[in-house]
Design a protein around this ligand. Sequence first.
Ligand SMILES: NC(=O)c1ccc[n+]([C@@H]2O[C@H](COP(=O)([O-])OP(=O)(O)OC[C@H]3O[C@@H](n4cnc5c(N)ncnc54)[C@H](O)[C@@H]3O)[C@@H](O)[C@H]2O)c1
Length: 389
Amino acid sequence: MEAENAGAERIVRFGVIGVGGMGQAHCKGLAKVAEARLAAVCDADPATAEQVGQTYGVPHFTTVRALLRARLCDAVLVATPHPLHGPTVRAAFRAGLHVLCEKPLSDRIGEAERMVAEAYTAKRSFGVMFQRRTEPVFVKALELVRTGAIGRVYRTAMVSPEYRTQAYYDSASWRATWRGEGGGVLMNQAPHVMDLFIAIGGMPCEVYGRTETRLHRIEVEDLAEALLTYPDGGSGYLYCSTNEPPPGQMIEVFGDRGKLTWRDGQLRLVRYEPSVSDFTRESKGMWDKPNALEEPLVLPEGESGHHIVLRNFARHLLGFEPLLVPAEEGLKSLEVANAVWLSAHLRKPVKLPINRRAYDRFLALKRKASKEKQVVGATIRQTDPRHNV
Ligand SMILES: NC(=O)c1ccc[n+]([C@@H]2O[C@H](COP(=O)([O-])OP(=O)(O)OC[C@H]3O[C@@H](n4cnc5c(N)ncnc54)[C@H](O)[C@@H]3O)[C@@H](O)[C@H]2O)c1
């Protein structure tokens, strides 16, 4: 890797492509990473590109091509609207750069798979920004899953209220349109919790979905739900919506050895000893119940947030750490999101992996019918102020 030498330390030079709300937050976050520095920015909006370039004292570009040609970067962080991730990421690989891409990888699974394949061909590193995996509760939850605390999964549930106002949707022409975003809550707000839900509970093999637009004036869904079936017979339910305010974010996974529940930031583990299947088979008592032992959980210490993923990506490129969230992981939540929509469209359950061509055809129809959205007043490029950057 051609990282520059700053004194004795090697530094990864990052370009940020798409310096709207999230991209600007990443420019700020890079300042917290000793192993990285911001080397250039790019935005299709010339005024935004110039303003952010001046703020950080780095060259700015208005096309991806110009940024790549300048050869100022070792890696790029892509934070444009999601349907543009694919062409941008692939161009970066072809230019020999490593890529950290914002979630979702793309608006469609077939395209995201091609991006991952291109990373392999180009022998470049490819990560996805799922920063919630750095939160201590999820570091702990994933460790518990890895060490077999849940056992064979019988039931899962995900409830993800992701409240947004109409003003949020009206802030930019790409938001909540099929053409600009490729979906609604499934595509933009739910991917983080969906990613964690799948990492904890596993990947379903069948999805029966339903979508609705209830409280917002938008052409995509502000509510989606689905019944899930798992390969070994378990079942589950997922729900996400931008209509419902907090509290209530929840993931629950019930397995043969334990029940793991995350609700509004609190993680609980109940262990069953003996396992539920052994107890059910062997207990002689008519009204007996398995021992459910609540385990006090000690959470790991450490920082969390976007800059931790940035730091990990830089340290990975320098050979110090494995990638925290490789892009392949980003395929799973996108596959399920696409499956919910395809199933809702077909009005019947769909098997996973879904038919890529069928989804592309569905999305092409939606994009064709998608209406140009007028923004009242100026476009607003601002990310959620609660992001820890
Ligand atoms: N990880 C997170 O927590 C998180 C949070 C917010 C957004 N995001 C993701 O970041 C991405 C951007 O979202 P946002 O909220 O910052 O949107 P935004 O509208 O604030 O910013 C997008 C920027 O991309 C620019 N752009 C559009 N087309 C471009 C092109 N061809 N080349 C270069 N720049 C281009 C726009 O001018 C704009 O400045 C989305 O994929 C979103 O899902 C992730």
